[in-house]
Unconditional design. Structure first.
Length: 431
């Protein structure tokens, strides 16, 4: 009798905790390209993020000795966020910081951990700080950073350290004072930057969750990866990932999600608009003229579903989002000194269409010179792919014999190029 009472009580308590879980969605923001940002520039980006339900930015930054504007831009970000009731936290980029910077890290965390725009890890909600909630701090790499040193130096301020960890097995016995972890395995890989065929799976997420043993896991969600610098020149095989990855999140229900990224144009995983005032590190060669705003359209229902614990997104109006590379993979570019990126042999020459439908309908795609193809698609979000044809890309959706939306992309697929660009062109059509 007593045992059964305890079991029922425990079930009720578990339900209470789960039903209050806040499920925040953050987006990784590269501060290193926004030296010239004003508070208004920050507010433009914040408003775009808020429009799809993103709760805050993880402010990826380098130390002042590398980027002398880091303190100023952190201050701008926190102020803009406060004005728009958005949340931010600092993500120390350990490509530039090291454990010898602990005193500075303590200083910065201490400066911001009580700021009104600081993001807290909370089992309740974003607007109230509860007894056990800590100010979130995170990283890119920096696995060995001692967070106990930071916590001990700030005894009056609770800190929740969710650093990026590269080897999930490290989490089982970590003595670094971490409270949870963030993974950077947002694309199919065997670890490090190894390229493997897709599709994306949750094998790394599962390893994190197992080794965290109940501590919060911040899962990465990314739409793409292509980079073409002389220091790094590869693709990850993630073409169907823009919605597949969110389907995985709805099944996995991690404690937090971090979108990777908001504005990393260099690796082609941005979802922001073009950010007119960011500085161009050379990535303009593949990012300019390649909008990704359609990924935000596609993700809004997934973010809502993730937060509510739903297994499927709810679609409220008929739309479609398409994405494709603008050259077939065998096209040889004529004036590219770097050569083709590693990994392209695994890519598929297809055009992707995610239909977002309130009722089933017929989707017709005419890709370049290929004959138009019509398929029946279900309600909800469904991704279908079509053989890529060189030329114009046209899409239409009909229901009960009547066309409900249609359009032609502003960007053609071409079979000639000067430099390699495997960043997708993303578009949206609405009824
Ligand atoms: C912390 O805040 C103080 C006071 O505003 C400021 O002087 C200092 O530069 C800040 N430290 C860092 C590392 O941002
Ligand atoms: C968050 O929790 C506090 C305390 O329970 C409550 O007063 C407030 O209305 C909640 N806010 C939201 C947005 O749910
Ligand atoms: C930032 O971009 C906007 C939009 O193009 C422009 O109006 C504004 O003047 C720019 N700000 C700066 C500081 O360049
Ligand atoms: C295209 O769709 C087919 C049929 O659903 C699927 O088997 C294939 O994996 C998809 N291709 C890519 C690259 O996602």
């Amino acid at each position: 009798m007593a045992k059964r009472f305890v079991a029922v009580l425990l079930a009720a308590m578990t339900w209470a905790v789960e039903s209050q879980a806040q499920k925040p969605v953050y987006a990784h923001f590269i501060v290193g390209i926004v030296e010239g940002f004003t508070i208004d520039d920050w507010k433009t980006d914040i408003a775009q993020a808020q429009a799809i339900g993103i709760d805050g930015f993880a402010l990826n930054c380098a130390p002042e000795r590398i980027d002398n504007y880091t303190p100023k831009q952190l201050a701008n970000a926190y102020q803009a966020a406060e004005e728009l009731d958005f949340k931010v936290f600092i993500s120390f980029d350990f490509a530039y910081w090291n454990t010898g910077d602990t005193a500075d890290i303590i200083d910065i965390v201490g400066n911001y951990s009580s700021h009104p725009a600081q993001a807290y890890y909370s089992m309740s909600n974003n607007s109230h700080r509860f007894l056990n909630d800590g100010a979130i701090v995170s990283t890119f790499v920096g696995d060995s950073m001692d967070w106990n040193a930071v916590k001990n130096a700030l005894p009056d301020q609770k800190i929740t350290a969710l650093p990026n960890i590269q080897d999930p097995a490290f989490l089982a016995n970590a003595q670094t004072g971490l409270d949870g972890a963030f993974s950077w395995y947002a694309w199919p890989t065997d670890g490090g930057n190894s390229i493997i065929p897709g599709p994306m799976s949750t094998v790394w997420d599962d390893r994190f969750i197992e080794n965290l043993a109940g501590r919060p896991y911040m899962a990465p969600v990314s739409p793409w990866f292509f980079t073409h610098f002389n220091s790094k020149n590869w693709v990850f095989i993630c073409e169907d990932q823009p919605n597949l990855r969110w389907e995985q999140m709805l099944a996995l229900k991690p404690a937090l999600v971090e979108i990777v990224t908001w504005n990393d144009f260099g690796e082609s995983h941005y979802i922001s608009d073009g950010q007119p005032n960011h500085s161009d590190d050379g990535s303009g060669a593949w990012a300019t003229g390649y909008p990704h705003a359609g990924f935000r359209t596609l993700w809004a229902p997934y973010i809502t579903a993730y937060k509510s614990g739903a297994d499927k997104p709810t679609v409220e109006s008929d739309q479609l989002v398409y994405w494709y590379r603008t050259t077939p993979k065998d096209t040889v570019c004529t004036s590219d000194t770097l050569g083709p990126p590693n990994g392209i042999e695994y890519l598929a020459d297809v055009v992707f269409v995610a239909t977002m439908l309130t009722e089933p309908a017929e989707l017709t795609v005419a890709s370049g010179g290929n004959a138009p193809v019509t398929v029946t698609v279900d309600a909800g979000i469904v991704t279908t792919n079509f053989s890529m044809g060189v030329g114009q890309q046209s899409f239409s959706v009909s229901r009960n014999g009547a066309e409900i939306l249609s359009g032609t992309s502003e960007k053609d697929i071409a079979n000639s190029c000067e430099t390699y660009n495997y960043n997708p062109y993303v578009g949206v059509l609405s009824a």
